[in-house]
Design a protein around this ligand. Structure first.
Ligand SMILES: [Ca+2]
Ligand SMILES: [Ca+2]
Ligand SMILES: [Ca+2]
Ligand SMILES: [Ca+2]
Length: 311
């Protein structure tokens, strides 16, 4: 297995060197210079990509913490701006003061005051991508149900997730074939007060865009980021949480029915901001990469769901 892993690494690096240094010389894989798109708002916080109008081309949604357009009308809220792909390297979006001429025109949608996170999936299984956003100033997630033409309807039953939500993953954690939400709720509100729920919330999906009541679990202090993967290889999706104030990672293994076991914690030398899962040392076991206040730490899986010290 070690030889196989080394071989894969060599193939990966050979491919990387080809793409980075050789391919452009032969007109192969290359990237054009970045193109600026007029600012969609103030303090963009997060971005999610998907085909929102079902034309086969990727679009994206931008989450803005405050939006000058809305503020100019006295509406000091965050926003979700939709950018639809024109298939010619440009995007249509609701520009400030410019009237859209091709219907349906992309819209922007309110998203609280200090939105933190956005992601996309088909939550009601109608074939159209939907959006889920979180706002640290709102206890309920924003659910926008896609119409399939780039426009969205706000959910009439936005689910309560907790105080100061920071991050979420959408996974089928209870194996019923329907996506569920697992949310990291932080410790701090937008003015720095410690009124956040400071926990993990699991909300089972109903399959119609609505969710059951949250079930809460403890992780560390001030959960900032959350990631998922079958960390112990038992077929059940597990949860990794980056806890800022306790400078550690919590692993919450899941049971087949979607309940979570008590957290197992791993210390870090610096406060974590974001955690992702990936295969960083073989193709079999889920590892973790953690963005911290001083750099990036990698926690390698021992093969049984436990992790080596950070490196
Ligand atoms: Ca599209
Ligand atoms: Ca949908
Ligand atoms: Ca489910
Ligand atoms: Ca598992």
């Amino acid at each position: 297995m070690r030889n196989s892993s080394s071989g894969l690494k060599i193939i990966f690096w050979a491919f990387f060197i080809f793409v980075a240094g050789v391919a452009p010389l032969y007109g192969g894989i290359s990237f054009s210079l970045p193109q600026a798109i007029t600012n969609s708002g103030h303090y963009p916080a997060f971005i999610a990509a998907g085909d929102f109008n079902n034309d086969g081309w990727a679009d994206f949604a931008v989450l803005n913490s405050l939006d000058d357009y809305r503020a100019s009308y006295g509406i000091t809220t965050g926003s979700i701006d939709i950018f639809l792909n024109n298939k010619n390297s440009s995007f249509s979006y609701k520009d400030r003061g410019i009237v859209c001429v091709t219907a349906p025109c992309p819209q922007n949608y309110g998203a609280g005051i200090y939105p933190t996170f956005i992601s996309t999936a088909d939550l009601n299984y109608d074939g159209n991508l939907d959006l889920v956003a979180l706002d640290r100033d709102n206890t309920n997630a924003y659910i926008l149900l896609g119409k399939g033409n780039g426009l969205f309807n706000s959910s009439t039953q936005p689910p309560y997730v907790g105080q100061s939500p920071n991050s979420l993953v959408m996974v089928d954690i209870n194996h019923d074939g329907i996506l569920d939400l697992v949310v990291a709720n932080g410790y701090y509100n937008i003015v720095g007060g410690k009124t956040g729920s400071n926990n993990i919330a699991v909300l089972f999906g109903n399959g119609d865009g609505n969710f059951q009541l949250a079930v809460n679990y403890s992780a560390g202090q001030d959960p900032r980021s959350i990631a998922s993967g079958d960390i112990d290889g038992d077929g059940n999706i597990d949860i990794a949480v980056a806890n800022h104030d306790s400078s550690n990672i919590s692993i919450l293994f899941s049971n087949p029915n979607g309940t979570l076991k008590p957290a197992v914690n791993y210390p870090l030398s610096s406060a974590p901001l974001k955690v992702i899962t990936g295969f960083f040392h073989d193709n079999l076991h889920v590892d973790l990469a953690v963005l911290t206040e001083t750099g990036v730490s990698v926690l390698l899986n021992n093969g049984n769901g436990s992790f080596q010290p950070e490196r």
